[in-house]
Design a protein around this ligand. Structure first.
Ligand SMILES: C[S@@+](CC[C@H](N)C(=O)[O-])C[C@H]1O[C@@H](n2cnc3c(N)ncnc32)[C@H](O)[C@@H]1O
Length: 611
């Protein structure tokens, strides 16, 4: 029965990453075979409407108290839609369902005929066809009926090609320009060869997602890079001038690194810092493919917070920080939207309040519901702890992100720093901005958020949320200015996922400047790896950090997923949070600028599962 129980546990948990990443995470192995678990969940989600109808009409939840709505549809799926039936030896749950086999079969036949399918094969084909049409078209209808378009984004690598050359190349020369995103999806779907120049984003194109660009010469030669538009925002917002010295503090797999290299050009220098050795290997491969080896110095297995005085990267004027985050904005990771699960109800099922409601009721003075006892009480406690654990996780991520920015604030020549996440949580976005602006070092060094109108992305309409900046100890007017300086991208904005980016600026007095003229051609950075790119990785890695989830389209790619999975969940428990808070307090009271050894070690340990 562990297959069904494990599937139910996954479906009950809040989804912050893809189903594949959850199931194939080596750090948290399941008892059931991974492929079976994945197939059961995906197929149940696909057929959920009819399964819900069958279970409800058969009324089994009223009769079988052991069956939860979720387990009922998982088991019913295998009973009705697989040749082998329920994949477990008999037990109370299987027996409970099988007692109603005839009833379930009869309701299934009715539901199938109501949908106009004479046999099961026809029903299965229709559901599969509907599903693959949805994913191929790249058009998603949200629960509120809003239509979103998910094109494939392409960045022209200015180190190797120009936009004009690319558009006239064999890859794109048959493409037609469209004026709006919706035109690309509704014009002539048969050709699927439209492109749209991104309005605000130079050298970036959107193409229909069904167009396979990875077999093109442009892609293979590194002239174009598959990178979502939202992932291009930080380098554009940082706007480093040609010839400048930039640090990419959290660099692998390297989309933003190669973008920065294209912006600073051959007279500039990008230090790409990556703590994880295996991810740094991918970074190296991407930098080579993009033709940026002479511009980029890769600092392999290097923790950004260890870069201090004496290191050549310490002289940088521009820093791009894109640290590990929850990845909650990533579209491609949500391969199956668990939140769309629509469970059957029954008198019993609907009388059992939802987890959220139970929690609300518990906290509410007005709640008169007696607290459940025994097994249910235990389950409820576990669920509440689970919610706390995700809060705890966000808190840890946010502490880590703050530490990264505070360290960047201490670079003596730094005048612009972007901070970005592919998270939709305010805890990792506006709250982080408020925390770092409240710090001693920000005040001492004069760090502030750049005015909206001074930034190349001023015309992007969606800005930070002022309501999430209430911890920022400044006037309401200044809070509004800071919120306007931040950029948010929603998952429905068609830029390739939810995103947040902000640019911090400061005036650097000439007297404080470090170094003067630097011969960037001669910079030798300690920690730079000389290892050749790993052959084992082949050339199949999708050059898009937001798609870089370790899985090919066909299924999990073990080699890459192993790399992605080096991150781990942050340690949980209040003890850790308290320690972390104490440490943070000590740090800000001392005006300390980097992560301490201990904090650093703790973050090293706690990274699995982050993006
Ligand atoms: C969100 S990913 C960066 C994606 C990258 N900017 C891109 O566009 O391709 C975060 C990366 O930061 C690395 N990282 C996390 N903490 C770090 C630290 N303290 N120093 C250096 N790298 C770090 C992680 O290993 C991970 O590869």
């Amino acid at each position: 029965m562990s297959l069904y129980l494990e599937a139910a546990t996954i479906l009950e948990s809040p989804q912050t990453t893809s189903l594949k990443a959850i199931i194939y995470n080596p750090a948290k192995p399941f008892k059931s075979p991974q492929a079976k678990l994945y197939a059961l969940i995906v197929e149940t989600l696909k057929f959920q409407d009819i399964l819900k109808e069958v279970v409800e009409n058969a009324g089994i939840l009223k009769l079988e108290r052991k069956l939860t709505p979720l387990l009922s549809i998982l088991l019913t799926h295998d009973l009705l839609l697989t040749k082998s039936g329920i994949a477990t030896s008999s037990g109370p749950l299987k027996d409970a369902l099988l007692r109603h086999k005839a009833r379930l079969n009869a309701e299934f036949t009715r539901a199938r005929l109501r949908r106009g399918h004479g046999d099961v094969k026809s029903l299965i084909e229709a559901v599969n066809a509907e599903h693959s049409r949805e994913s191929e078209d790249g058009v998603t209808k949200t629960a509120t009926g809003l239509t979103t378009f998910n094109p494939r984004w392409v960045r022209v690598n200015a180190l190797k090609a120009t936009l004009e050359d690319s558009l006239s190349s064999p890859t794109f020369h048959t493409f037609q320009k469209v004026d709006g995103m919706s035109d690309m999806f509704f014009f002539d779907v048969v050709q699927k060869c439209y492109y749209q120049k991104a309005e605000l984003l130079p050298d970036i194109l959107a193409i229909h997602p069904s167009h396979d660009i990875t077999s093109s010469e442009l892609y293979k030669s590194g002239k174009i890079i598959l990178q979502s538009a939202s992932s291009c925002l930080p380098a554009i917002m940082l706007d480093p001038p040609k010839g400048s010295i930039v640090v990419d503090g959290c660099a692998a797999p390297g989309n933003k690194t190669t973008h920065l290299a294209a912006l600073v050009g051959s007279s500039g220098k990008v230090f790409a810092v990556e703590r994880d050795k295996r991810r740094a290997d991918i970074l190296e491969m991407m930098v080579t493919k993009a033709g940026a080896e002479k511009i980029v110095t890769i600092l392999k297995s290097t923790d950004f917070t260890t870069i201090t005085e004496g290191h050549p990267a310490w002289q940088a004027s521009y820093l791009l920080l894109d640290p590990s985050c929850s990845g909650s904005g990533i579209l491609q990771r949500i391969d199956w939207d668990i939140s769309k699960l629509n469970l059957p109800s029954s008198d019993i099922a609907s009388s059992r309040p939802s987890r959220k409601k139970r929690k609300r009721d518990e906290n509410s003075q007005e709640s008169s519901a007696p607290r459940p006892e025994g097994q249910e009480a235990k389950q409820m406690d576990e669920e509440i702890q689970e919610d706390d654990a995700s809060k705890e996780r966000l808190q840890l991520l946010s502490d880590f992100q703050v530490a990264i920015i505070l360290h960047a604030f201490s670079f003596p020549n730094a005048m612009r720093i972007t901070y970005s996440t592919c998270s939709i949580h305010a805890e990792e976005n506006e709250h982080v901005v408020a925390r770092v602006l409240n710090s001693e070092i920000a005040k001492e060094r004069g760090w502030r958020v750049q005015n909206r109108e001074d930034n190349p992305l001023s015309r992007w309409h969606r800005r930070g949320s002022v309501g999430e900046l209430s911890d920022l100890k400044v006037s309401l007017e200044e809070q509004q200015r800071v919120a306007d300086g931040c950029i948010r991208v929603h998952r429905t904005d068609s830029l390739g996922g939810g995103f947040f980016v902000v640019c911090f600026i400061r005036q650097v007095d000439d007297k404080d400047r470090l170094g003067g003229d630097i011969d960037i051609g001669n910079l030798e950075a300690p920690g730079q790896g000389n290892e050749p790119p790993p052959q084992a990785m082949g050339g199949s890695i999708e050059a898009e950090d937001q798609e870089w989830n370790g899985f090919s389209d066909e299924g999990p790619n073990e080699a890459v997923s192993a790399i992605d999975m080096t991150d781990d969940d942050p340690p949980s428990g209040n003890r850790n949070r308290k320690k972390q808070k104490q440490k943070q307090k000590q740090k800000s009271s001392k005006g300390q600028q980097g992560m301490t050894e201990k904090t650093n070690r703790r973050f090293q340990k706690s990274r699995k599962g982050w993006s």
